[in-house]
Design a binder for this molecule. Structure first.
Ligand SMILES: [Fe+2]
Length: 451
């Protein structure tokens, strides 16, 4: 009997074709100032995987893009990222570029625009891949010869300097991770190798105006799992010392201050900022990760917490902000590293019917972190990560739009919803109707034409 794998069913199922569709139908009116691309990356295996062993994190990356200009939805494109293997399967020659031979992979986790280029990115030792404006693959990238190894799926852009800060990990580096800063010229200007407790998996980081925050938590490379052929051989490590590190932004590894925290796992912080010498982080905390469920993230309800990390000493102080299961927290990117008032997350539900565990719910949550209030916007289909786009560069926090891909199961296709952030539960400003499904995936961003 073939084992069911929830990450290959319903709207998690990969799509089999690349599409190019121009002149998309729109309900409502797209804001005239919204000129750029909505980009989203996610796993979409180019060859059918074995359902018994397929891990959601390991499917070949497919980037989806919707081009919006002058109030029109000009095009939708979806393209596999051409790693050497994907190119071969598609009958194409491999692209040139500095791929790392043993770690060549089609990045499937995030897609960003930086220094005039577009990159599909992923963690765990693989290079970024550069894409064209229309999502064709240029090739593997080491940021013009400046990136020593692999990168991360979650760089944080300082909204003042424009630089990208990142924590990268790779099991072959042993018990260390690497902090890097990519300048506005697209080149790495600085790296710091930081000793950690093991060959740990660090999915994301936080940035404040003073520190880079390092999450040294108990998900660690497992030689046993690798030897058994696991495609994502990272496991919960019982007894691993859980801690969070504060690296002063221009400091070295010896300057990191470590603070203990109760064992848990964090994929995604919402935002972080300095307060009275300490760092405050709002984040989504999972009680464990990859302890019993080995095909995707599902070890109990992920909840929104506030952590206060004080470099003057002591354990991290945690506070529950919202116990509803949720993930993919985002903010107005202009507040990264500074105190924000609003945040947006995707609600999750525990779908016991198909043993999918925590899966996309049909709701987005808008949090007011000052008053503690929240608004929930429900949809008929599952909603993806919310991406905030300011109305103009000078508009205030929350003065803009929230974009999210929502699956319409009746149409078996997806819509790009454009909500007004200040009318979160009201009628959408616009709905762009895509001709096809966009499978549930990971992260996206608005790539403005202005930057
Ligand atoms: Fe992520």
């Amino acid at each position: 009997m073939t084992a069911a794998n929830p990450y290959l069913l319903g709207n998690y199922a990969p799509v089999g074709a690349e599409e190019t569709v121009t002149g998309l139908p729109v309900t409502g009116r797209l804001p005239s100032g919204l000129n750029g691309r909505y980009l989203r990356n996610g796993p979409n295996p180019v060859t059918p995987p074995d359902p018994a062993t397929y891990h959601w994190f390991t499917g070949d990356g497919m980037v989806h893009g919707i081009r919006i200009e002058d109030g029109e939805a000009r095009w939708y494109r979806n393209r596999w990222v051409r790693s050497a293997q994907v190119a071969t399967v598609l009958g194409e020659p491999p692209r040139p570029g500095p791929a790392i031979e043993w770690m060549d992979f089609a990045p499937n986790t995030n897609v960003i625009a930086h220094a005039g280029r577009t990159y599909a990115i992923v963690e765990a030792g693989a290079r970024p891949y550069e894409l064209t404006y229309e999502l064709g693959t240029v090739g593997a990238s080491d940021f013009q010869g400046t990136l020593p190894g692999g990168y991360t799926a979650h760089p944080k852009r300082d909204p003042v300097t424009g630089e990208l800060h990142a924590i990268s990990y790779y099991w072959a580096w042993g018990n260390q991770v690497q902090y890097s800063v990519v300048g506005v010229d697209g080149k790495v200007r600085r790296t710091v190798d930081i000793p950690v407790g093991g060959p740990v998996s660090i999915h994301d980081m936080s940035l404040t105006t003073s520190y880079a925050v390092i999450y040294d938590l108990p998900v660690v490379f497992s030689l046993e799992a690798a030897a058994a052929g696991s495609s994502f051989p990272y496991r919960w490590a019982e007894g691993y010392e859980s801690r969070v590190g504060l690296l002063p932004l221009e400091g070295g590894a010896e300057d990191v201050v470590w603070c203990d925290v109760d064992p848990c796992y964090v994929f995604h912080p919402m935002n972080a900022y300095d307060e009275d010498g300490a760092v405050v982080v709002d984040l989504v905390r999972h009680p464990k990760m990859f302890a019993t469920h080995l095909t995707g993230p599902d070890e109990g309800a992920p909840v929104l917490e506030r952590w206060r990390i004080d470099p003057a000493g002591g354990k991290v102080v945690t506070q529950l902000l919202d116990d509803r299961p949720q993930e993919f927290p985002r903010v107005d990117e202009r507040t990264v590293g500074r105190q924000n008032r609003y945040g947006y997350s995707a609600a999750l539900m525990n779908d016991e019917k198909d043993e999918a565990g925590f899966t996309m719910d049909g709701a987005l949550i808008k949090h007011d972190l000052v008053t503690g209030a929240s608004e929930v916007r429900a949809f008929q289909g599952g909603a993806g990560e919310a991406v905030f786009v300011p109305e103009s560069p000078t508009s205030g926090e929350d003065e803009g739009f929230v974009l999210s891909l929502v699956y319409d199961s009746e149409r078996e296709a997806s819509d790009l919803l454009v909500l007004h952030a200040q009318d979160f539960t009201g009628d959408p400003v616009a709905t762009v109707h895509l001709p096809v499904r966009v499978p549930y995936g990971f992260h996206g961003n608005w790539a403005s034409d202005a930057t």
